[in-house]
Design a binder for this molecule. Sequence first.
Ligand code: AMP
Length: 178
Amino acid sequence: MSSSAIEPPAWLVESVREVPDFPEPGILFRDLSPLWASSSASARCAVAMAAGAGPVDVVVGIEARGFLVGMLVAPRLGVGFVPIRKPGKLPGQVVSIEYALEYGDDGLELQVDAIGPGSRVMLVDDVLATGGTMAAAVSLVEQLDADVVAIRTVIELRALDGRSRLPDTDIRCLWEID
Ligand code: AMP
């Protein structure tokens, strides 16, 4: 049984807009645009996401909003950033994965020379929902023989139990929504 969620900080609650029925009926979309638009909230987000992490060699973010999170956190940790992108966007040799969405399939790719074997990786995205996207990203990093040592998102939708699809690693989400 899961414990109850920790109270989120006020700056974070004020930085997230709830948009009903977007991008399709029945979805309550968590729009982080107010967070990116605020320099103080962005700075706090960077600090909170980097907090408590062990040694990390590289931050890897998932297209598209994971890029925004990743480029906040990586400088804070003093490491570089590597993008995981939708198929066909990255030049050169890539590793690929297809994964199931609620309706249909999607894919992700990572450049093979972007991360060395044994690298300690922090994976980031904006929202952890069913965990399918993050689990696919974990698989790509592992295909390159690197280690996912931390997973961070701004929001976790706990009812969808995304954590159950992820490895037993250091997973933290700034706002765990029941
Ligand atoms: P999932 O693979 O189900 O964990 O979905 C995570 C991905 O979908 C993330 O990249 C999010 O950007 C996006 N996402 C899923 N649900 C939402 C939501 N309710 N609000 C905003 N983004 C979402």
